[in-house]
Ligand binder design. Structure first.
Ligand code: ASP
Length: 407
């Protein structure tokens, strides 16, 4: 895909035309949903073999276990720091703009989150380990697959020659899957067009969408402003400070992944493209990208964490509940955990929002207010999630080169 400017332009045109057609023709555009599904399925199909092979090759490529430990610590530090900053930005914006004041709340627990009341921190911790990997693969539960692959890759490096042949096998699997990503990307312009057009169409077209957006317009603007600040100021500043790279160039290199994230609303489905962009366009080392990006797509969700904090405070404001400083700290912690626990699939953040609301005793009915336009805000936060991962790969690559490889 290297230097494939035409693909970027076509994807951009696809998204734009998708928006125009969905806006104009409304529900009729659901007729093209199947084209979007094909694109989404083709990407999703590659995700599990890609994650397993990437992490095995990534971990073994890092060298011995101390190096893996050091690189792992740098990666986790980046994830925690950027997620923390994004939640603080969200909290700051929502307390400044007060989008919930004077908004009337509907009272119904949406079907999507009904029955999730019991979800807590322990459940998130438990989801790290699965008793049945095949079942996890079938259900796209990525966290246990990540844990398994990391440990498996680490153990392989201790087996000498025997281990090497298995690593070589997964290396070839990884290269083959990446070649398949190239092929799928040729379909991206049509896929993105169809996804945007059919989703906007399903939301009732331009007028209906605009009406819904305006009902909670101040809330949507708060979310978008906070996301933009994080994406255009915080993350580029980190990239520049640590790697001395030009954020604009890096953005261009990552743009196919960002557009895929916007159209699919899924960090996991976007992962193949994120890896492709990091390695091919942005020159991130394979070692770093294969280690950081699969974990990042599942664990590092700046946009989602920020979104959950804003949503919780918005609901409190609608109900006229003043949250104390301590309660806001609790929201900070739970929003971070909820984002880690959220799967990289569409609207997963809404489900883990349950945990945040319950931590400070807010009613789940509030989520009903967010539902109508979540399909749109989900796209925006997923794009920021993927942007955070992409920058993370460059940052870890640089720090690893400096502190781990260099001793
Ligand atoms: N759709 C988001 C993602 O895949 C998760 C969420 O916030 O719902 O990154």
């Amino acid at each position: 895909m290297k230097n494939n400017n035409w693909l970027l332009y076509f994807m951009l045109v696809g998204i734009f035309l998708g928006g125009v057609c969905g806006w104009w023709f409304g529900p009729q555009m659901k007729a093209v949903a199947w084209l979007g599904e094909i694109f989404l399925n083709a990407l999703t199909m590659l995700v599990i073999p890609l994650i397993i092979s990437s992490l095995i090759v990534g971990v073994s490529g890092l060298g011995d276990i101390t190096k893996v430990g050091k690189t792992g610590t740098i990666t986790l530090f980046y994830f925690m720091a950027t997620t923390g900053i994004s939640v603080v930005t969200g909290l700051f914006m929502v307390n400044l703009i007060n989008p919930g004041l004077g908004v009337e709340m509907v009272t119904e627990i949406p079907e999507k989150v009904a029955g999730k009341e019991g979800t807590g921190v322990i459940d998130i911790l438990m989801s790290f380990i699965s008793p049945n990997l095949i079942k996890s693969m079938m259900e796209m539960e990525i966290l246990p697959i990540i844990i398994f692959s990391l440990v498996f890759g680490g153990v392989l490096t201790t087996l000498g020659e025997k281990g090497k042949s298995v690593i070589n096998f997964f290396d070839a699997v990884n290269e083959a899957i990446m070649k398949m990503v190239h092929l799928v990307l040729y379909f991206a312009p049509i896929g993105t067009f169809a996804l945007i057009a059919s989703n906007l169409g399903a939301a009732g077209g331009g007028d209906a969408f605009w009406g819904e957006l305006m009902k909670i317009g101040k809330y949507a603007s708060t979310v978008i402003a906070a996301l933009l600040f994080h994406a255009l100021v915080v993350l580029p500043a980190i990239l520049m400070l640590v790697t001395r790279r030009s954020p604009l160039q890096y953005f261009k290199g990552a743009s196919a992944a960002l557009m895929t994230a916007f159209s699919t609303a899924s960090s996991s489905a976007t992962l193949p493209v994120t890896i492709e962009c990091a390695e091919e366009n942005n020159g991130v080392s394979r070692r770093a990208s294969l280690f950081v990006l699969p974990i990042g797509a599942t664990v590092n969700m700046d946009g989602t964490a920020m979104y959950e904090a804003i949503a919780a405070i918005f609901i409190a404001q609608m109900l006229g509940i003043e949250l104390s400083f301590t309660q806001q700290i609790i929201i900070f912690v739970t929003a971070t955990l909820a984002a880690i626990g959220a799967a990289g699939i569409p609207e997963a953040g809404l489900v883990t929002l349950v945990m945040v609301l319950q931590s400070v005793g807010l009613p789940l009915e509030g989520i009903g207010m967010l539902l109508s336009i979540d399909w749109f805000l989900d796209r925006c936060r997923t794009t920021v999630n993927v942007w955070g991962d992409s920058i993370g790969a460059a940052v870890v690559d640089k720090l690893e080169e400096k502190y781990v490889e260099g001793g």
